[in-house]
Design a protein around this ligand. Structure first.
Ligand SMILES: Cc1cc2nc3c(=O)[nH]c(=O)nc-3n(C[C@H](O)[C@H](O)[C@H](O)COP(=O)(O)OP(=O)(O)OC[C@H]3O[C@@H](n4cnc5c(N)ncnc54)[C@H](O)[C@@H]3O)c2cc1C
Length: 493
């Protein structure tokens, strides 16, 4: 592929605005730009049917804040010491109050979640009451908000090129302007001219293990329950034309999940949340065969309050869930309801009711004694036995002295015994190229890279704490901002 500043002699396709990635941010950008009169082309990496990115498999909630000043105060507090310039906070706060108005004007059907105020993730922070979570139509989940976004794009003459991953940006070497995109289709490079601007909406680096090791704190590896197509391409492309990065260490996670080689995304499991009303229950142990957490404790998107601050859930790898026959026989250990998650919605994995298929596949390990189980999963047998004794004693006394767990205090005593290896998992990353209040991607000196914009989780505004539904809310807000400014550009000569 040519260097970024070699201008192609021939363009295979062209549009006023080239949008890279068809998820929530791509939708908001494309529809806004189209409705302002622009000719729009979307490049999408996934094949038709697997577009939509994390947006398609999300819980489907989006944030619509009720009051601009409160929204600004809340976001400022969410950022903590990882400050975001006030001008950005204000741009976010202003637009986040308009999400419903905009969607309604397009014919969508915003419905507020029914579990308010539980949905406020950090109720003690200033301005928290501004949080209002919405979804499209009467039912929450099941890709329904995404289906609305998708149909709004399809109703318009917006071109979508599937299986056409963007690989590089074309930069005019003398002006620094981004004038197009290089993508790959059917194994060949194609050049796409962007007469006014390029908007990167291609998600985060959830599936790029090198970036995960480089940027996410204390994670040797981590897997996602979202789209497998988000591999940090937008970060590499933006870096190659001089962009600054921000919020690279922030992500919505971790949680603990099963990851198997056959399937690219995770099986989310929080010590078997699915079975919480049933007998049984698992404990989680680290490589030293010791417990490290109250397995049933709910996190705020992977963060826990600790000593007056918020820290990510510890994930000493490899981790194992350990449980006994009582738990194994309570029903399926994974909930495949297709309400959210790539494994449920796109892979549609069919977990066996009695867990026998997964046992046979070796995803679940079984042994007659704790000692044999320890050997099977490479843990010290004495340490595991003593951890289980301590746990069982706590269950008998009704008190988990180590970690204060209060739910599912059930002893692990009924053979056979089982183990499942757990990996750190996440919903999405927040880092990426730094953008300004006009959604322009900027260089380290804060000057914008001409004609290059971004929206969505690629370089998201969230720097420290994350309010659920904030990502899709931001896709809508910054998608509109990016489109408005990109469409206002004069076509390059
Ligand atoms: C299970 C789950 C539940 C969640 N629930 C919620 C929720 O309820 N509310 C909320 O606000 N957030 C939620 N999130 C987070 C939220 O879904 C994402 O942060 C948000 O949808 C990201 O939108 P996006 O448009 O930036 O990226 P995505 O929706 O991920 O779209 C990116 C698109 O870019 C494409 N792409 C990638 N690389 C390239 C390339 N090189 N060229 C072309 N195309 C490319 C991808 O295939 C994809 O289609 C959840 C996430 C998960 C995984």
């Amino acid at each position: 592929m040519d260097a970024p500043n070699v201008i192609p002699k021939h363009w295979d396709q062209e549009a006023d605005i080239v949008v890279v990635g068809f998820g929530g941010a791509g939708f908001a950008t494309a529809v806004t730009a189209h409705d302002m009169g622009a000719d729009v082309l979307i490049l999408e990496k996934a094949p038709q049917g697997e577009e939509g990115g994390n947006t398609k498999v999300a819980g489907q909630g989006y944030l619509n804040t009720s009051n601009e000043n409160d929204a600004a105060a809340y976001l400022t507090a969410l950022c903590g010491h990882y400050e975001v310039p006030d001008i950005m906070i204000r741009a976010w706060a202003y637009e986040m109050c308009l999400n419903n108005d905009w969607l309604s004007s397009l014919g969508a059907d915003p419905q507020e979640h029914q579990h308010q105020p539980v949905g406020i993730e950090f109720p003690d922070l200033p301005g928290a009451n501004c949080v209002h979570k919405f979804h499209d139509g009467p039912t929450y989940g099941y890709s329904l908000t995404w289906k609305r976004f998708y149909s709004l794009v399809k109703q318009r003459p917006i071109r979508i090129e599937y299986e056409s991953p963007a690989k590089g940006l074309v930069q005019n070497g003398s002006t620094g302007e981004i004038i197009g995109v290089r993508a790959v289709r059917n194994g060949s490079t194609i050049t796409v001219k962007a007469r006014k601007g390029v908007v990167l909406t291609c998600g985060g680096f959830e599936n790029n293990q090198q970036m995960i090791r480089d940027y996410l704190p204390d994670l040797p590896y981590c897997y996602t329950s979202g789209s497998p197509y988000n591999e940090g391409d937008g970060i590499s492309m933006a870096l190659s034309v001089g962009a600054d990065l921000w919020h690279m260490n922030n992500f919505a996670g971790p949680s603990m999940a099963l990851k198997v080689p056959e399937i690219s995304t995770t099986f989310s499991m929080q010590a078997f949340q699915y079975n919480k009303e049933l007998p049984g229950g698992a404990i989680a142990v680290g490589p030293d065969a010791k417990r490290f957490i109250d397995e049933k404790r709910k996190t705020c998107h992977g963060k826990l309050p600790m000593h007056g601050t918020w820290k990510k859930l510890p994930t000493p790898c490899p981790m194992h869930f350990i449980f006994d026959r009582t738990h194994m026989t309570t029903g399926p250990l994974w909930d495949g309801t297709p309400s959210h998650g790539w494994t449920q919605i796109v892979e549609q994995y069919d977990w066996s009711d009695d867990n026998s298929k997964e046992l046979e596949k070796g995803w679940i390990k079984q042994a007659d004694t704790i000692e044999q189980l320890a050997t099977l999963v490479d843990l010290d047998s004495q340490s595991l036995a003593s951890t289980i004794k301590e746990w069982n004693d706590g269950c008998t006394n009704g008190r988990d002295k180590q970690h204060g767990r209060t739910m599912m205090l059930n002893p692990i005593i009924e053979p056979p015994f089982y183990a499942i290896e757990m990996s750190p998992s996440m919903l999405n990353t927040q880092g990426g190229p730094r953008r300004n209040e006009k959604a322009q991607i900027v260089r380290p000196d804060s000057s914008p890279i001409p004609r290059l914009y971004s929206a969505g989780e690629l370089g998201s505004i969230y720097s420290y704490l994350y309010q659920g539904t904030g990502n899709i809310g931001e896709c809508l807000a910054f998608g509109r901002i990016a489109a408005k400014h990109a469409v206002a550009e004069r076509p390059w000569q």
